[in-house]
Design a protein around this ligand. Structure first.
Ligand SMILES: Nc1ncnc2c1ncn2[C@@H]1O[C@H](COP(=O)(O)OP(=O)(O)O)[C@@H](O)[C@H]1O
Ligand SMILES: [Mg+2]
Length: 291
């Protein structure tokens, strides 16, 4: 079976995707597949047409690629690919739309406002979180504790996107749940120095700790897993996705966002969760491939 692994591209998260891809390529080779690495450049379609893969394994983070554009193109041209379809990818790329959809299905999300220009913005409550609607890897996301920090964060968020979210700050624990082909994996707890999982805590700080399975009372764990299954179902996800949560001090879980192509380096969160469930990395990659 021929598998083309597509990665990279012009997205600001392309470097992370290249790291994910090298692990995926090794895993696929280990499982005996014929693997073709393909960078997402202006030539990538031509390369795919030459390779004629049985399946395209997508390892793209950010825009373009995680947003449904590449999925749509592949679908139109008859290439079979891994992960979510165009519609699900496009919805999940936009944190504002994702929250609105989930809310209508009764899934708890942080309260907040959406703004399309700086002069619409109002300071409603502090502390709050300010984020661009369509970035990833915590790019342009800030916790604002003072009025000055708030306006600075608003300006920064608008430098990345034409739509921003201002959300209530959910003080408490941070969890993430992987769902593999509709089945939930054990929750992972992320313990950061500051309580805010920003870019530095994600990629630069060795002090960030990951606890898997997250120590949770049984009822709360069940609730979080039930919510995760429902998120996967109502958004019609496919393959492996990762749902980010905050847990407030009363123990109410809030969904922050859904990652349709989660990080796939061996250190990434979803592979850690899979391993805790007894699924080693190559096996995980094969299960994503085979859906
Ligand atoms: N409403 C919120 N309350 C508390 N922390 C938040 C909130 N929104 C985001 N964060 C923090 O910022 C991080 C990144 O936000 P997230 O919405 O997951 O975007 P992304 O991971 O795509 O950059 C989260 O992991 C969390 O630590
Ligand atoms: Mg996130």
């Amino acid at each position: 079976m021929k598998v083309a692994v597509v990665y990279g591209g012009p997205s600001p998260e392309a470097e992370v995707s290249r790291k994910s891809a090298s692990g995926v390529i090794l895993a696929l080779k280990e499982k005996g597949y014929e693997v073709f690495p393909v960078e997402l450049d202006t030539n990538f379609l031509k390369k795919l047409e030459e390779i004629k893969p049985d399946k395209v394994f997508l390892v793209l983070h950010g825009c373009p690629g995680e947003d449904g554009t590449v999925q749509g193109l592949l679908e139109l041209l008859g290439f079979d690919y891994t992960g979510c379809n165009t519609q699900t990818s496009a919805i999940c790329m936009d944190k504002d739309i994702t929250k609105r959809v989930l809310k209508t299905y009764g899934i708890p999300v942080p309260a907040g406002e959406t703004y399309f220009s700086e002069d619409e913005v109002e300071l409603l409550e502090l502390p709050c979180v300010v984020k661009p609607a369509r970035t990833g890897s915590s790019v342009g996301i800030n916790l604002a504790r003072t009025e000055e920090e708030f306006w600075k964060s608003v300006r920064e968020a608008f430098s990345y996107d034409t739509k921003i979210l201002v959300e209530e700050y959910i003080e408490g624990r941070e969890l993430t749940v992987g769902v593999l082909n509709g089945k939930v994996l054990p929750p992972v707890e992320i313990v950061t120095e500051t309580g805010f999982y920003d870019y530095g805590a994600k990629y630069e700080k060795p002090t960030t700790n990951y606890v898997v399975p997250a120590p949770l009372p049984e009822r709360l764990e069940k609730r979080i897993l039930r919510i995760s299954e429902k998120v996967y179902r109502v958004l019609e996800c496919r393959g492996a996705v990762r749902i980010d949560f905050r847990l407030d001090e009363k123990g109410t879980p809030y969904v922050l966002e859904v990652n349709t192509i989660p990080g796939m380096t061996e250190r990434s969160l979803l592979p850690k969760a899979a391993q805790a469930a007894g699924i080693e990395f190559p096996e995980l990659i094969e299960r994503i491939l085979k859906v």
